[in-house]
Design a protein around this ligand. Structure first.
Ligand code: DGT
Ligand code: CA
Ligand code: CA
Length: 586
């Protein structure tokens, strides 16, 4: 996403909240709140103003100090003051601030009067009736608070995979640097590349006298130690993420990695297979009676069960064991199999980099083609392209293609699918492009029947290549749209068009199960970064993870095709070559 004024405002609001619970100076608190409001209401994008060398001191209520902070936020996404406040204020307090009905003043009062600094402590205080004894709280208010706390504690807090990954990487780095730790690896849902993770599961091999557990619970990222033993510990990090660490002897490393990678359902299925062969499988190894027959590596354990090694992304008990036994595991898709990216934005709409920068960045990542798909006019807030501007972009792409070597830009658009299934630009305009990527950006909650019809109608246009982020879900923010995916897939196959697996970490849409349905329906999937800046091309890796979980093989992914072949497939979606017999919709 491009950096917007509300993003910067959110940083100021959080600073104000944290300052206030921290007992900060009231004038400073108010200055941050006012600045947040100013930013939110200001009609021009501050990042663009800064990029253009303009002075932010002119914004009402923004002095030199705050202007400097805005510049810092716009370039780094955060600011040093917020980061240091986050360290000073316990994570539990930050969680309290997020409860409905609890602002910084009340959180501060709860802390000062009752010592409450976590959800658990607030629950206890409310249950004991200590909250309503405070000034400004009533028994009914206390009940509402308790309900909100219980609701929050029940909803499983899961972190998007892409946010958990760097945390795991940093912890593994710290563990590997400890004495007597030859191996440190991630297991659990993170290793299986689930779209979100509940907690991190890390595994080390360590000598019996290694200080690894003591050092682990003492790492600076750790806020709270839940348990601390010689072979297992659990902690909660400052960011709220729980981490379980296990230490095993080298001869058990493979069986332990297998066990803690899961999924639980996969483990149970494997244990049954072991039992059928008169063996016993647990995290310490595969045993016949007392004798360990395998355990040092995963390959060894699978091998002893007469199975090939199964990639972690497939370990969900969704048929992978039967497929392994039959020698029919899907061919593993690799990031390097992707030859291009069919959905990216540029500064012509809401991207942060221009055409050439995007092209060169794609090339640097080994891609051979890149489809430029800026927004259509309906999205005026992101400067969606009118027919005229699209034509000018097309000229710019032609000129650039004449100059570039080793990478080809394709002309596309991310066109809005209107509520009735029409597209946001006339067919005549779309017909000049290499591909048309259609997307839903509003009216997410139509009744399922109508949503399905809307999508089918959009696909019936003479020019329609790829359905972008089909369900429009945003992890933690927006549930997937309800529609009949099976019908959409059948229609896509008949029409000869494609569905996207959008690799933005908050989307991952299609998800793993939907990818599997696309595979079964024989519809090719476009794994696309939807990059709004050149570094976001790296999001493709998250798409590959979900695609693997959905059993997609290289042959089932549209953008593994060489350019010439891709062009033929896209041309058919644009009505330029004879599509397959069933291709034309009624
Ligand atoms: P998460 O954390 O909710 O994203 O999902 P996982 O899969 O990481 O689950 P987690 O952290 O509860 O446990 C990690 C692995 O440990 C899990 O994938 C399989 C294994 N495991 C945990 N509990 C059991 C169990 O009761 N039986 C078996 N067979 N395996 C288990
Ligand atoms: Ca886990
Ligand atoms: Ca766990």
């Amino acid at each position: 996403m491009p950096f917007s004024n509300p993003d910067a405002a959110a940083v100021f609001d959080e600073i104000a909240d944290l300052l206030e619970v921290h007992g900060g100076n009231a004038f400073r608190v108010r200055a941050y709140r006012n600045a947040a409001r100013t930013l939110r209401d200001y009609p021009r994008n501050v990042k663009e103003m800064l990029d253009a060398g303009e002075d932010l001191d002119d914004l009402p209520g923004i002095g030199r100090d705050l202007a400097g902070k805005i510049a810092e936020i716009v370039t780094t996404g955060t600011c040093a003051q917020l980061e240091s406040l986050r360290k000073e204020v316990p994570h539990g307090i930050v969680e309290l601030l997020q409860l409905p009905g609890l602002g910084p003043k009340r959180v501060q009062l709860l802390f000062e009067a009752l010592g409450v600094k976590s959800l658990e402590e607030l629950k206890q205080a409310a249950e004991e009736g200590r909250v309503h004894a405070l000034r400004g709280f009533t028994p009914a208010g206390e009940k509402r608070i308790l309900d909100a706390v219980l609701a929050r504690m029940q909803t499983e807090r899961r972190l998007p995979l892409a946010r958990a990954f760097p945390v795991a990487g940093a912890l593994l780095g710290a563990l590997r640097a400890m004495p007597g730790v030859p191996q440190a690896v991630a297991a659990g849902s993170l290793r299986r590349m689930r779209d979100t993770v509940g907690d991190l599961d890390l595994l080390v091999t360590a000598a019996a006298d290694s200080p690894v557990m003591d050092r682990f619970v003492a790492l600076p990222e750790v806020e709270r130690v839940l348990s601390h033993g010689g072979t297992r510990s659990s902690v909660v990090l400052r960011n709220g993420l729980q981490v379980d660490l296990r230490a095993v002897a080298p001869e058990s490393f493979g069986s332990a990695w297998l066990y803690f990678t899961g999924s639980k359902a996969h483990n149970i299925a494997l244990r049954t297979i072991a039992q059928d062969q008169g063996l016993k499988l647990n995290e310490y190894g595969l045993f016949r009676g007392e004798r360990r027959v395998a355990g040092a590596t995963e390959e060894e354990v699978y091998g002893a069960l007469r199975l090939p090694w199964i990639p972690p992304e497939l370990r969900e008990d969704r048929g992978e064991i039967a497929a392994a036994q039959a020698g029919r595991l899907p061919a593993t898709l690799q990031l390097a199999d992707l030859r291009g990216d069919l959905h990216v934005h540029t500064t012509d709409s809401d991207g942060q980099d221009g055409l050439e920068a995007m092209a060169r960045a794609a090339q640097a990542r080994g891609l051979r083609y890149l489809a430029v798909t800026d927004h259509s006019p309906r999205l005026a807030v992101v400067h969606g392209l009118t027919a005229d501007r699209l034509a000018r972009q097309a000229d710019a792409i032609d000129a650039l293609n004449a100059k570039l070597e080793g990478i080809t830009l394709l002309k596309g658009i991310e066109v809005d699918i209107l509520e009735d299934g029409r597209l946001d630009l006339p067919d005549r305009v779309l017909g000049r492009l290499d591909l048309v990527v259609g997307a839903i950006h509003h009216a997410f909650d139509l009744p399922p029947e109508r949503q399905t019809d809307r999508i089918l109608r959009a696909m019936d246009h003479p020019h329609f290549s790829i359905l972008a982020h089909p369900t429009s879900r945003l992890l933690d923010e927006r549930a997937p749209c309800a529609f009949d995916l099976e019908r959409v897939l059948r229609h896509a196959r008949d029409r000869g068009c494609f569905l996207e697996l959008n690799a933005q970490p908050a989307r991952l849409d299609l998800d793993d199960r939907a990818c599997r349905m696309a595979r079964d329906a024989g519809v090719l999937v476009s794994i696309a970064s939807d990059a709004h800046g050149r570094w976001e091309l790296d999001f493709l890796r998250w798409g590959v993870g979900q695609a693997r979980r959905g059993w997609l093989e290289p042959a089932q992914v549209l953008n593994t095709r060489p350019l010439a072949q891709l062009r033929r497939l896209l041309a058919a979606t644009m009505g330029r070559a004879a599509p397959s017999s069933a291709a034309q919709p009624a």
